[in-house]
Design a protein around this ligand. Sequence first.
Ligand SMILES: [Zn+2]
Length: 336
Amino acid sequence: MNADSRLFECREEILSLTMWLANVNSIVNTEGEKVIAHAIHTHLASLDYFRNYPSHLAIVQTEDDESERYNVLAFVKGEKTQNKRTVILMGHMDTVGIDDFNQEQKYAFSPEEWLQFLQSGKLELPAEVQKHAASGKWLFGRGMLDMKSGLAANLFLLSHYAQHPEELEGNLLLLAECDEEDGSHGVLSALKTLKQWKKEHDFQYAAVINSDFVAPLHNGDANRYVYKGTVGKLLPSFFVTGAETHVGAPFEGIDPNFIIAELTKQICYNPELVNEALGETTKPPVSLKQVDLKPVYTVQTALSAFAYYNFFTHSWTPEEVLSKLKKKQKSRLPIA
Ligand SMILES: [Zn+2]
């Protein structure tokens, strides 16, 4: 088989795996997470390799989790040379919700119908999206990009080497994890199996490849990036208590929403809060939640409010971030 036809075959197979995965509604914290894990497990279990080596495949329930959900893990031992070195292919099976599809939620997990609908012109689309839809070269649908297509590529690679272990030096391990979009119960629970297999099979974990999506750095950026290393993510949170008062006597108290608003103004998009390392800077913090704790409408001001912010780091420790933010809280607030 020549390289071109081999490439075509890869593409077709990854495409069909992507469509199969995208058809499963696996929104985080729903039953769908269970469904997709079992589907992937059943798919792998049907391969001759895993029939011969059933202990090389596992579906493992998460720990300390309020939801019932599972990770799927599998590995192929290379037979080209005996080698401890093991590469982990990592990808999540869950997706975010579909509220943003509004009235068209029925299409979220039906990429073909969704594309037809987008091509029909019934929906007003940005010019670039319109162009992509018309070209037929792009796929649409919840999770298509983040990250069923990446997961499909991982499954393809594992399946390929399961059929040809004689081509593989070292070992290839697949981790398909749940709950990436929320509490990370999946990856945290998976550590146990990874450690257990490391011991049992004398694996030396050499690299982890996370095939989640990457985005263009600016409009029209056609590059496709491979990022080395990793970025830290923190979630600094503020709880603010005010002093309640009647709206008719606003200066008798202090509104916690006013304080939180000022904090958000100081923190969100602030270039002083990006962490530079080796010429690369993190994205600045943005708020992921900002809310007061008053349950219903009244003419009394809120008693308390809270906010939390996404905060990426390259080198700063949580302690350093905390001290930077405490400084903001102290020095820049209007009432400090
Ligand atoms: Zn993702």
